[in-house]
Design a protein around this ligand. Sequence first.
Ligand SMILES: Cc1ncc(COP(=O)(O)O)c(C=O)c1O
Length: 430
Amino acid sequence: MNPALTQFGTQMSHLTGVRAIMKDIIETLRAGNGQEFINLSAGNPVILPAVEQLWRDCTTELLASADYGEVVCRYGSSQGYQPLIEAIQRDFNQRYGLNLSDRNILITPGSQALYFYAANALGGYTPSGDLKQIVLPLSPDYTGYGGVTLIPEALVAYKPALDIDESAHRFKYRPDFSQLEINETTGFVLFSRPCNPTGNVLTDEEVQKIAALATPHNVPVLIDSAYAPPFPALNFTEMTPVFGGNIVHCMSLSKAGLPGERVGIAIGDEKVIQVLESFQTNLCIHSSRYGQAIAARAIASGALAEISTQVIRPYYQKKFTVVETSLDQAMPQDIPWFLHRGEGAIFAWLWLQDLPITDWEFYQQLKQVGVIVVPGSSFFPGLSENWPHKQQCVRISLTASNEEIAIGMQRLAQVVTKVYQLTAASEGVA
Ligand SMILES: Cc1ncc(COP(=O)(O)O)c(C=O)c1O
C-alpha cells in the first residue's frame, strides 16, 4: 500500500540527521564480510553493572509493594506519577534551594517527546500567521532537534564563535552574542548543556546572558540537561544548573541507565508546564508509569544522584582521557586538528580544519580501516549557512572499551595523515 501523505506525514516519515546515518552504520556492521569494526558511533549508553543493579533493586521493591497494581493496572495523571513528581520536587528544592511546587514539574515519555511538544506548541505559525522561531543559539547541537518541528522553516541555528588553542590542538565553541538574535519572532530557545555531540558546557554566565536576552520578549529557554547534574551528572567541568524565570530545565533518565523506560522531566514556569502537559494529554495521555515508579524510588532514596557521581561520571570521564591521550600521541603535530574540550556528555568531537575531503568521505575512509565514527555534518540542524566547518568534524562515542578507543584513534590518525599528505602532494605537483 502506498497511502498519500500529508505535509506533516511527509515531514515525519523522513529520518533526520544522525538517524539517517545510523542506517548506513547498521548495514555496514551487518554486511561485515568478516571485518571486525571498532564502533565509535553508538549513542546508546553502556550498561554499567552497578547502574543496572540499582534499577533491578527498584523493580524488586516495586513488585513487592502494594503500589504495583495502582502503577501498572490503571491510568494516571498526564502530569506524571505523583510520587515521582514529589521526589523530584523534594530533591531539587533541597539540593538547589528552590521553591518548586508540584505544578512546576511535568513527566514525559523521554525528553525527545518534550522537545516535540515545545517545538510545536511554541514554534511555528501563530493564529495571526506570524512565524515563531525555535532558536538554537549555538550550532552544532543535538541532531534530534532537526526532527521535532512540523514546520522545518521554524528551526534557526546560530554559528558559534571558536575559541582555539592552536598549540594544544584543543578548541571550544562559544555562543556568538554579536550575531545571536532573540526577539519577538522567537518562540523559544533550546540548547543542550552538556552538549551532544561536542561535550561543550555553556558557562553559567553564558546561560544567564541568553536567558536575559529572552526575558523581555516572554520567551522560554529550554535547557536540555540530558547529561547534566544531578543525574546522570555527566559533566567533567564545574557547572550549576540554572532555574527560575523563563528557564525550563529539561532532563532525561536515559543516560542514567533508563533509556528503555522513556522518562523525561521538565521543570519550569507553571504556565509553560501546563501547555506542555495538555499537548501530552492529546498525544499519548501519559508516560509509562512503571518507569516513573522505579525512578521515584531511585531519586527519593538519593541512590540515583549518588551512582551518577560515583559510577557514571568517572566511567565516561576516563574514556575521554583515553581519546585525548591517544590522539595526542598518534596525531601529527603539523596538521590543524582540534579536539573539543571534554566538558561532559558521552562523546568526543574532533575538528579537522581544512580537511581536504568531506566528513562523509572521511567516514567512508575510516570504515575501510575498520573504524566507525559519526560524520559531523548531521549535527548542525537549523544552520542553513554554507560553512566549511560543518564538513570538517566527526563525533567519537565514549562507549567503546579503552583498548578499542586507543586503536581506533591510532587508525584515525593514520587516515588523517594520509588524507592531508595526498592533498599536499597534489598541490605540490600543481
Ligand atoms: C542532548 C540530548 N537530548 C535529548 C535526547 C533524547 O533523550 P530521551 O528522549 O531518551 O530522553 C538525547 C539522546 O541521546 C540527547 O543526547
